[in-house]
Ligand binder design. Structure first.
Ligand code: SF4
Ligand code: SF4
Length: 382
């Protein structure tokens, strides 16, 4: 993007402030009406409009990058709420595109090192545990095996044998034939590359993924991590549909009854990359209903959901700030009266563990599904 293009985009923001949050009459408690994690926790310049003005200043050459500006930039979780809310009005400032561009052009020395590591991990997948999936009959499509639908192994899954075992168990129990590039994994791309301003690496890896999907005639890709789902949906040119694993679970529940879980009411966090970015709001709710659980929605839910605070690489860059962001959401969880918070994103799960009230618990939707179908953990490694 040229400086002029960045300026044109940034100029579309008139600082109306709408993207601060939902109108106070839309929520019963005004404490829960603000939406931008950085703006509501910090102040002025950290709000979306402040960031748009920083983009304007950088594009015009009136502002020079320094540590303070970088701090503002990396306090944003790239949750996408401002962009979404702005698009519902009479104008649309493409805030996410602008924020991603700023992360690309910020001088290298101001980029957090923790975010730069993502490129190496995506280009050459680290040691992996994907062979666990073979124990559950998942077909390795790296070699001569074929399958129409495959599971995508992202950075959070590729070396996590317990989660792979839960997913393998569910695939086997569902009776579905699924494949995965096991012996020669695909680049485990996800949002971390954008957080670190490395969109060029992301596009290169996705082009490699596209070629391999085409070679093997893959018709559908199932993603566990919403951050992989969202970048693959955005950047793949393969024409192959990418879907959330929650869709697989929702289909499974229609065909095969689970056992009853001993849980009182639950609430659900819409992960930004599953909801806002990938527009998947219904499948996780169908799973919760299919498991026979009572869902108590938070006031800010679906496209008005509040980010857990982990996005934008916050857990790696500034875990203390991520914890403060999570505290905002925990207040709203408590207000529902539900003692169990269900997530469908490994990063939401990790961040919500910070500052969790003693009497509350967090459950990953995949673990909940596995439990409901009788997974005990002893199956792992068999
Ligand atoms: S990004 Fe859109 S909604 Fe937010 S202050 Fe600017 S114009 Fe208003
Ligand atoms: S993307 Fe989210 S955190 Fe960043 S400025 Fe917009 S609303 Fe705030």
């Amino acid at each position: 993007m040229t400086k002029q293009e960045l300026l044109d985009k940034a100029l579309s923001c008139n600082r109306c402030g709408t993207c601060r949050g939902v109108t106070q009459d839309a929520v019963p408690n005004a404490d829960f009406s603000t939406q931008c994690p950085s703006g509501m926790t910090l102040f002025g310049e950290y709000e979306p409009a402040g960031l748009m003005y920083i983009a304007r200043g950088i594009a015009q050459g009136d502002l020079q990058w320094n540590k303070d500006l970088a701090k503002v930039l990396y306090s944003c979780t790239l949750c996408g709420y401002c962009d979404d809310l702005c698009s519902r009005g009479y104008r649309h400032t493409p805030a996410v595109t602008i924020l991603e561009e700023l992360r690309k052009i910020v001088p290298q020395e101001l980029k957090p090192r923790s975010l730069q590591k993502a490129a190496a991990a995506a280009e050459v997948p680290k040691q992996h545990k994907l062979a666990v999936l073979k124990n559950y009959g998942v077909i390795d499509v790296s070699g001569s095996g074929t399958a129409d639908t495959i599971l995508f192994a992202d950075t959070t899954l590729i070396a996590n044998s317990s989660k792979l075992s839960e997913i393998g168990f569910l695939i086997k129990t569902s009776g579905r034939k699924l494949g995965c590039f096991i012996d020669e994994p695909l680049p485990p791309v996800e949002q971390a590359l954008i957080n670190g301003g490395q969109q060029d690496v992301l596009e290169r890896c996705v082009a490699r993924i596209d070629r391999r999907l085409k070679q093997k005639g893959i018709k559908k890709v199932v993603c566990y991590n919403p951050e992989s789902l969202s970048v693959l949906k955005r950047f793949s040119r393969s024409g192959v549909p990418f879907v959330s694993i929650t869709q697989l679970y929702a289909e499974m529940l229609k065909k095969k009854s689970p056992k009853k879980l001993k849980l009182s009411a639950v609430t659900y966090q819409d992960p930004c990359h599953l909801g806002r970015y990938a527009q998947e709001y219904s499948a996780p709710r169908q799973v919760i209903a299919g498991l026979g659980l009572t869902l108590k929605e938070m006031w800010r839910s679906r496209n008005n959901s509040l980010c857990c605070g982990a996005g934008g690489g916050m857990l790696a860059v500034n875990p203390q700030l991520a914890k403060r962001y999570a505290a905002n959401r925990w207040e709203e969880v408590s207000a529902t009266g539900a003692k169990t918070l269900i997530t469908a994103c490994p990063y939401c799960n990790a961040n919500f563990r910070q500052g969790k009230p003693k009497d509350s618990k967090i459950m990953d939707l995949t673990s909940l599904m596995a439990q409901a179908y009788g997974y005990t953990g002893k199956e792992a490694g068999k």
